[in-house]
Design a protein around this ligand. Structure first.
Ligand code: 2HA
Ligand code: ZN
Length: 279
């Protein structure tokens, strides 16, 4: 606990302000009923150093369950387990926190926030494994991992075949911006129990190829270098899923769509490489 201490630097940090804003944006979209969803941000060395004198007496080290050696010594801003996105803006001290990863990359401890016994998100193993994979896949550029209960994405997992190909094509064909925003497609994970190591491993295998992974009957996981890009990716996927679902429910046969030739033309003009496996 360090409530009487100064925390101007932490609260004024653009990365912290952006984190809180993103939680609120997700809440306003309707993707975070109750304690649904979670967000984590890998701080830069400069950000962690700037905040260090406002960190609190650290908590106990807790095993991650899955080693993430490439994240040894990193600091993350994270949402709390059982906390509501709805409350982050009005009460960041109890709903979010900063955790440090130890030198072996196999344990975390709280250094700020999550006051009065809070713990990091139940999906911490998935977040950390995804951070580790995306950090490597992007040469260190990736900093944000975000999980939300995007309504239309979840609905589609009841009616589309649960393959990367089927979801990637359905999303690409439902909004013209999609092939530009995620030209590699999206990954799909079958239904699994949330919060464990099995779902963390399955998701992070998909994250080697994709920026976004859909969890059947549960939600969406996205990654990005910053909040705008990660939130924008989730927003684009959910919007496209909404259009797809509206079309399916329109009670009319589909007369025209975005063809594979159209997709190739978009890729050519926008200079992106479409995942040819899905064409
Ligand atoms: O935080 O969304 O997947 C609750 C969840 C778990
Ligand atoms: Zn969830």
């Amino acid at each position: 606990m360090c409530r009487d201490r100064k925390m101007d630097k932490i609260m004024q940090l653009p990365a912290m302000k952006g984190f809180i804003r993103m939680c609120d944006d997700g809440w306003l979209q309707g993707w975070h009923e109750r304690n649904g969803g979670n967000l984590s941000y890998r701080m830069t060395r400069e950000e962690a150093a700037l905040c260090a004198d406002e960190f609190c007496e650290p908590g106990e080290w807790t095993a991650i369950g899955l080693p993430v050696r490439s994240l040894a010594g990193e600091y993350f801003i994270v949402t709390g387990s059982g906390k509501y996105f709805r409350n982050v803006k009005s009460d960041p001290l109890h709903t979010i926190g900063i955790v440090e990863i130890n030198g072996q990359g196999d344990a975390w401890r709280i250094v700020w926030g999550l006051e009065e016994g809070g713990r990091p998100t139940s999906e911490l193993p998935t977040h950390l494994m995804n951070h580790s994979v995306r950090k490597e896949a992007t040469g260190g550029a990736n900093r944000v991992i975000y999980h939300c209960h995007a309504t239309n994405v979840i609905a589609l997992t009841y009616v589309l075949p649960l393959t990367d190909r089927d979801f990637s094509r359905a999303l690409w064909q439902s909004a013209t911006e999609c092939p530009v925003v995620f030209p590699e497609g999206v990954g799909v994970c079958p239904w699994m129990v949330p919060g464990g190591t099995q779902i963390a491993e399955a998701t992070s295998r998909q994250m080697e190829k994709y920026q976004a992974v859909i969890w059947a009957q549960h939600g969406l996981f996205v990654s990005g270098p910053d909040y705008d890009t990660a939130f924008g990716l989730a927003h684009t996927i959910e919007k496209s899923a909404e259009i797809c679902r509206l079309v399916m429910a329109a009670g009319q046969p589909v007369r025209q769509t975005i063809t594979d030739e159209n997709l190739r033309a978009i890729a050519r003009d926008f200079g992106v490489e479409l995942n040819e496996e899905f064409l």
